[in-house]
Write a protein that binds this ligand. Structure first.
Ligand SMILES: Cc1cc2nc3c(=O)[nH]c(=O)nc-3n(C[C@H](O)[C@H](O)[C@H](O)COP(=O)(O)OP(=O)(O)OC[C@H]3O[C@@H](n4cnc5c(N)ncnc54)[C@H](O)[C@@H]3O)c2cc1C
Ligand SMILES: *[C@@H]1O[C@H](CO)[C@@H](O)[C@H](O)[C@H]1NC(C)=O
Ligand SMILES: *[C@@H]1O[C@H](CO)[C@@H](O)[C@H](O)[C@H]1NC(C)=O
Ligand SMILES: *[C@@H]1O[C@H](CO)[C@@H](O)[C@H](O)[C@H]1NC(C)=O
Ligand SMILES: *[C@@H]1O[C@H](CO)[C@@H](O)[C@H](O)[C@H]1NC(C)=O
Ligand SMILES: *[C@@H]1O[C@H](CO)[C@@H](O)[C@H](O)[C@H]1NC(C)=O
Ligand SMILES: *[C@@H]1O[C@H](CO)[C@@H](O)[C@H](O)[C@H]1NC(C)=O
Ligand SMILES: *[C@@H]1O[C@H](CO)[C@@H](O)[C@H](O)[C@H]1NC(C)=O
Ligand SMILES: *[C@@H]1O[C@H](CO)[C@@H](O)[C@H](O)[C@H]1NC(C)=O
Length: 571
């Protein structure tokens, strides 16, 4: 994609100069399309000032983080720090506009392009409201609606598909909503401990607050992902998922600002259609969630294991054969309550974690024995270390890395994934591994994968795609976004993923996890929402009749298309 830009004036002050680069080529206004800065219908500066007053001075004119790497605001020290951590979420989440998705960044303002090339606003949002209440969000939603402006909801900016950004958009930025409140909860769905989390609470914050009370909550493996945003609305899998279900299955009560600016509560009995849609039917499209109340569980002992082996001394037949045998131990493992993560690369098989809440080390050793016996028999030099730790929190510190954020998680990647159910894995393990072998030996793609069992129906029906319920393996295919090579080369890799890497796997699959999936998948409706798509679209119509909320591959996004200048127009 080519980024359009028109420099108009040159004013000496750096800030103003930056502001000038923010203005994009003006296109004729068209009510079928969102307005962009520079259009005659773009609100006058006074309207923005008025908006700012209404939200108590919380409106931010965004300047892409990467500007310190470009003239006229180049700063060597600041740029070097940015370059070192650009792919990590912690670089991007503190800012109102930052996000990690390399494709959508379009290299418009990163630390890797020449200092002399200007920092362009590109797909970074134009303004953001640093939301402190439901009222702030409602004001933003109404302003966008009245002025035909693209609206974006951003929490952490982790989304791999680039759903938390948008060209010329006003962002409702939820990051600073950090309230955490523990409750004794009673409803038809749940009697027990619960916690009300404000929209900006991240996994590590919820985990730590829960730990202080001897509780646990279902949160992601990346400890910095938000709980309330993409995770719980998109599905959400956790080390605790084989015991307690998906993130979406934990939802008791959503507090939501709708497109009309009303604040509503959605529970299994009140606005139950909205409850159903928000719980697994995808984020960023039905409303702005202000808080979510989720189930909390007593802390528990955890059995764990980690290890792996190198391909170096092995024939390819043995190396990939070991992966076929690995598949055979997964059903018993997940049925015993395990969540498992592994990564298959050309050079290594890394067993990142096995986690069994309420499990024992002896039980876990027994469950993997058919596989370790095979490795021993074939003289594969492997490592496998076991633990039995007293709490979830000591377990995640060992397996997910040091507090507060855990291991550095490179989050700018080319990403795709498929759900594989257990009959498919049993019948097609050979084909699946042959494909992995072909791709890992001929390309830079590698295959992270998870196994868990969320077959148990949630306490209240929700929109999480039914394919979750008989999934055995979630098989991802990834490549790091390499910022030092030309953008177009990486964009080609994204196309190779869509056109060559994914189709043979999609042919064996009946769904995908919308948060860990390919934004270019032509079958996204069926793959990410299954049979629920039309029903979800009707619910969206009810709460957002004018299609204000938009995100790539979100329900209702088919009402819009991106035209040449990156503008959203109705289809
Ligand atoms: C390193 C890494 C590891 C991960 N590990 C896991 C894992 O273990 N398990 C798992 O399930 N997922 C995992 N994910 C995927 C993660 O769940 C998604 O990236 C998710 O979309 C992040 O949500 P967010 O709200 O933090 O981020 P954002 O990018 O800010 O938002 C994601 C989407 O949610 C929308 N949204 C955010 N807040 C709200 C709100 N308040 N109301 C309405 N819409 C909202 C946004 O508009 C956007 O569409 C991982 C991601 C990364 C980068
Ligand atoms: C909004 O008001 C605050 C406080 O007066 C100010 O600091 C900020 O720059 C204003 N934002 C915009 C976009 O003008
Ligand atoms: C450059 O960045 C560093 C680190 O962020 C900061 O301390 C310094 O003040 C900046 N220098 C200028 C001239 O802005
Ligand atoms: C956003 O608001 C919070 C308080 O709610 C404040 O601490 C933070 O500095 C603000 N951030 C920006 C970038 O304005
Ligand atoms: C397993 O334990 C051994 C001995 O303590 C250690 O050297 C090795 O690094 C560990 N391996 C893993 C993958 O944890
Ligand atoms: C290997 O994968 C490529 C796509 O990357 C495909 O064209 C080729 O047919 C595959 N080969 C085999 C033997 O499957
Ligand atoms: C998942 O585990 C449950 C037992 O907890 C079991 O009944 C079910 O068959 C398992 N497998 C699948 C595919 O759901
Ligand atoms: C990016 O590509 C360059 C050139 O091919 C290579 O040297 C570098 O190791 C790559 N970086 C990553 C993170 O893959
Ligand atoms: C498993 O997946 C295959 C392939 O998508 C599908 O045909 C089959 O019906 C699924 N089986 C179950 C039990 O869901």
């Amino acid at each position: 994609m080519v980024v359009g830009m028109s420099r108009i004036l040159c004013i000496g002050l750096a800030y103003l100069a930056l502001h000038v680069f923010r203005v994009d080529a003006a296109a004729p206004p068209d009510s079928q399309c969102r307005v962009l800065p520079g259009d005659s219908l773009w609100p006058h500066i006074d309207a923005w000032k008025q908006l700012n007053t209404t939200v108590g001075g919380r409106l931010i004119t965004t300047i892409p983080l990467g500007h310190v790497c470009h003239d006229p605001t180049y700063n060597e020290t600041a740029c070097a720090a940015l370059e070192a951590g650009w792919s990590l979420p912690q670089m991007q989440w503190p800012t109102p506009e930052g996000f990690t998705a390399g494709y959508q960044q379009e290299a418009s303002c990163n630390p890797y392009t020449p200092r002399e090339s200007p920092c362009l606003q590109g797909n970074y949002v134009y303004y953001a409201i640093n939301v402190s209440s439901a009222e702030d969000a409602a004001v933003g939603v109404k302003f966008a609606q009245e002025n035909n402006i693209r609206l974006v909801i951003k929490n952490t900016g982790h989304d791999y598909l680039g759903k938390s950004t948008g060209k010329g958009a006003l962002s409702v930025w939820t990051h600073h909503l950090k309230n955490i409140e523990f409750l004794d909860y009673t409803s038809a769905a749940w009697t027990g401990q619960a916690v009300k989390l404000a929209a900006g609470v991240q996994g590590f914050e919820a985990n730590n607050a829960a730990a202080e009370r001897g509780l646990t909550i279902v949160g992601g493996e990346c400890l910095t992902v938000g709980i309330v945003g993409g995770f719980s609305q998109g599905g959400g899998h956790s080390l605790l998922s084989s015991r307690y279900g998906l993130g979406a299955d934990q939802a008791l009560e959503w507090e939501v600002v709708t497109a009309g600016g009303a604040v509503v509560t959605a529970t299994p009995t009140e606005n139950s259609d909205l409850y159903w849609a928000l719980s697994g039917g995808g984020a960023g499209t039905y409303g702005v969630v202000i808080s979510l109340t989720v189930k909390a569980y007593p802390d528990t002992v955890m059995a764990g294991a980690t290890g792996g082996f190198s391909s170096q001394t092995l024939s390819a037949d043995v190396y990939y054969g070991a992966i076929e045998v690995w598949h055979t131990v997964l059903p018993a493992l997940v049925d015993a309550g395990a969540h498992v993560t592994w990564i298959i690369q050309r050079a290594f098989f890394t067993l990142y974690e096995i986690s069994i809440p309420r499990g024992t080390e002896a039980e876990l050793r027994e469950l993997v024995k058919p596989w370790t016996d095979w490795l021993t028999e074939k003289q594969v030099p492997y490592q496998l270390n076991f633990t039995e730790l007293p709490t979830y929190h000591t377990h995640i510190e060992k397996y997910l890395g040091p507090p507060p954020y855990g291991y550095d998680a490179v989050s700018s990647i080319v990403e795709g994934g498929v759900m594989l159910n257990r009959s498919t894995v049993a019948a097609h393990s050979k084909d699946i591994v042959a494909h992995i072998r072909n791709i890992t030996t001929t390309t830079d793609f590698f295959f992270p994968a998870y196994a868990f069992n969320v077959s148990k129906s949630p306490s209240s029906p929700n929109a999480a795609i039914p394919a979750w319920r008989d999934m055995l393996i979630y098989l991802e295919s990834q490549q790091f976004w390499n910022f030092t090579i030309p953008y177009e080369t990486m964009a080609q890799q994204a196309d190779i993923l869509t056109n060559e890497v994914m189709p043979p796997l999609q042919a064996l699959s009946n769904g995908a996890y919308m948060n860990e999936a390919d934004f270019q998948n032509p079958n996204w409706k069926k793959d990410y929402y299954g049979s629920s798509y039309e029903k979800l679209k009707e619910i969206k119509k009810k709460y957002d009749p004018n299609d204000l909320f938009y995100a790539t591959t979100a329900v209702g996004s088919d009402a819009w298309e991106m035209v040449e200048d990156g503008r959203l127009c109705r289809t």
